[in-house]
Design a protein. Sequence first.
Length: 266
Amino acid sequence: MQTTPNKQEVAVVIGGANGIGAAVCRLMARMGWRVVVADRDAAAAEVLAQEIGGVARSVDVTDAGQINSLANGVEAELGGADALVVSSGAFQLVLPPEQITEEAWNHIVNVNLSGTFRCNTAFGVQMAKRGGGSIVNIASVTGMQASPVLAYASTKAAVINLTQSLACEWGHAGVRVNAVSPGVTLVARILKRWSEGGGTRAAGDPGQHAALGRCVEPDEVAEAVEFLASKRARAITGINLPVDAGWFAASGTEMYGGPRRATSQS
Ligand SMILES: NC(=O)c1ccc[n+]([C@@H]2O[C@H](COP(=O)([O-])OP(=O)(O)OC[C@H]3O[C@@H](n4cnc5c(N)ncnc54)[C@H](O)[C@@H]3O)[C@@H](O)[C@H]2O)c1
């Protein structure tokens, strides 16, 4: 079975300039894809595109016009996207619901849910017309159960459902749509927050709640994304694949003291 694209297939990675998206761009370039690094952080997108021999595009997922221009430009210049990865994200602090402002709520929904919808629709319709393609949306394990970051988590739950629904819309046209749900992933944004004493680290190492006893590396999420984007996953659509070091599996062990620690006594 072939494991790398045989012609240079095109992957558009939205939110590709930093964090998980950047790890996806680097891996996909190594695997032989022509990568379009698309991000509202145009400067970082340019630097990464130069590093990996890809193409940088400035785009804000809150603007439907910009997304449609990106999709049309990729079609005109590169023959269209074979794969789309949506890794852009807006985040929130742990807050009681009444302290989440209307403005913050709307922004998180606009970037995470509506932005994913806009990107999927712009590229998915083109892929369906061409007879094939693969979309991978980055959701989150927070979208799979209750979470104190409830605005963010609600959008991720919706992204998982949107993914399934779009997989059914476009499956007959050869377009696959899947989600990857990372657990806490050690990107620069999170490491910076931890170094300032904030974020998920404030309550101790979040990795201790995972079956593997650790957090996730961006490269590990990228491996799953590239697999789902590639033809190696040609019979897989509509799934949500957690890449969480077993955090979701271990959540049921919390009332018994958490996942078993590997010790010399065990
Ligand atoms: N890091 C984690 O622990 C973790 C866990 C679960 C899910 N996720 C999800 O993974 C994805 C990537 O997160 P990350 O941790 O790599 O974050 P990050 O901040 O490192 O990267 C996010 C990227 O999205 C871009 N972006 C933000 N708003 C945008 C917009 N409106 N238009 C275009 N680009 C925009 C940013 O410029 C940045 O390059 C997000 O969807 C996030 O919800 C992350």
